[in-house]
Write a protein that binds this ligand. Sequence first.
Ligand SMILES: [Zn+2]
Length: 129
Amino acid sequence: MSEPLDLSMEKWLPEEQVEPSKAWVEGRPLPVQAVILKLPPWVGCFRYVDRPDSHYRIHSYDEHKDGRTVSLTIIHGRDSHLPGVAAFGIPPEHLEPCGCGNWEPPTKDQIDVTREEIEAIKEKGDMNE
Ligand SMILES: [Zn+2]
């Protein structure tokens, strides 16, 4: 069994960023705060609970109009099947903090391939209309 990951700001952030980060968290709506404390952005990388081979970054914590539901916008890293793509509406419980530091932005080649795939999907969609 590995040790549970220390999610505290003090472990991950330079000292001068701790206070501003606390103020940022405290300024968020309560349901968002709860998600931030489970999946804090300062950990740097996250994995899907059921797909632990790829890394993601959290781009934003999105509060829904009901004032309770929070979903995430994540950015796929270099080792994902959709490198560089931002995905909306991810339920927080699908992710877990990783913190290995191995999230990397997509390479230019990967971006080109992803763009082609998205174009192909769009064209296919047009044909089905
Ligand atoms: Zn990681």
